[in-house]
Unconditional design. Structure first.
Ligand code: ZN
Ligand code: FE
Length: 255
């Protein structure tokens, strides 16, 4: 039986680009929202084939592998809104909707909450779309380069404390939240986690699952908050000190 449209889960597609970036496209009817377009062409072509109108671009942070395709898309869809951190107006100058922590915007008929999650960069944002009604749809998080499956972003601008608190904050989202990360780093992250915790059954099981998927080039995302609380050592860290050690360990780990 067809469900009421609004009660369905969000329709989200993946486009894999560059080395390991994933551009997520949220589609509703004939409209689309693109998250962190690293490049223009594959997104433009995909939207054209599907005959979709690009209404907005969400930017999590200013790195080129997240904003590099935005201007090219704006040439084709000049009315598309570009949502980005107001504190990054200098680095994401083409933003049209400047947002900050806890702002709520509306996209494709759904409320989108802005979460400031510094660490990877000082103004990194994540975007959270809550469930319409408990049990009727699944909440969604676009986590950019803050939370990866079994990992987290490198600390380019923030302190370990920043990232620790950002991850803590995300860990309080509902367990069933689907997490759409901006990179396919899962295998590498899990190999590292397994090297540190070879007796951890949850990590071992996930690694096996991920290796099987990667053997046929399948994407391992989205993940969920529940899964990450189980397998992500950074989310499991119990103190800033512990988190700092883990981050340093991962940064110097050679696969
Ligand atoms: Zn980045
Ligand atoms: Fe990135």
């Amino acid at each position: 039986m067809p469900m009421n449209k609004g009660q369905r889960d969000l329709e989200i597609h993946a486009i894999e680009v560059l080395e390991d970036n994933i551009i997520w496209i949220w589609v509703c009817g004939n409209k689309a929202v693109v998250i962190d377009p690293a490049v223009t062409t594959p997104v433009k072509e995909w939207l054209k084939i599907k005959q979709l109108d690009l209404i907005a671009i969400l930017q999590t942070h200013h790195h080129n592998d997240h904003i590099g395709g935005t201007n090219g898309l704006l040439k084709v869809w000049p009315r598309a809104e570009v949502i980005a951190s107001k504190d990054d107006i200098d680095r994401i100058s083409f933003q049209t909707t400047s947002v900050k922590d806890e702002d709520k915007i509306s996209l494709l008929g759904r409320p989108v909450e802005v979460l400031e999650v510094p660490g990877h960069t000082s103004n990194h944002l994540a975007y959270y779309i809550p469930a319409l009604k408990e049990g009727l749809s699944t909440p969604v998080l676009f986590s950019g380069d803050t939370l990866f499956s079994a990992g987290c972003g490198k600390l380019f601008e923030g302190t370990p404390k920043d990232m620790y608190l950002s991850l803590k904050r995300l860990s309080f989202l509902p367990d069933n939240t689907k997490v759409y990360c901006a990179h396919e780093y899962t295998e590498n992250n899990l190999r590292w986690a397994y090297s540190l915790c070879p007796n951890d059954l949850a990590i071992k099981k996930k690694l096996d699952e991920v290796l099987e998927k990667r053997a046929t080039n399948q994407i391992t995302l989205p993940t969920t908050i529940k899964i990450e609380k189980n397998i992500n050592l950074f989310l499991r860290a119990e103190s800033i000190e512990h988190f700092t050690e883990l981050r340093e360990n991962k940064d110097s780990w050679i696969p």
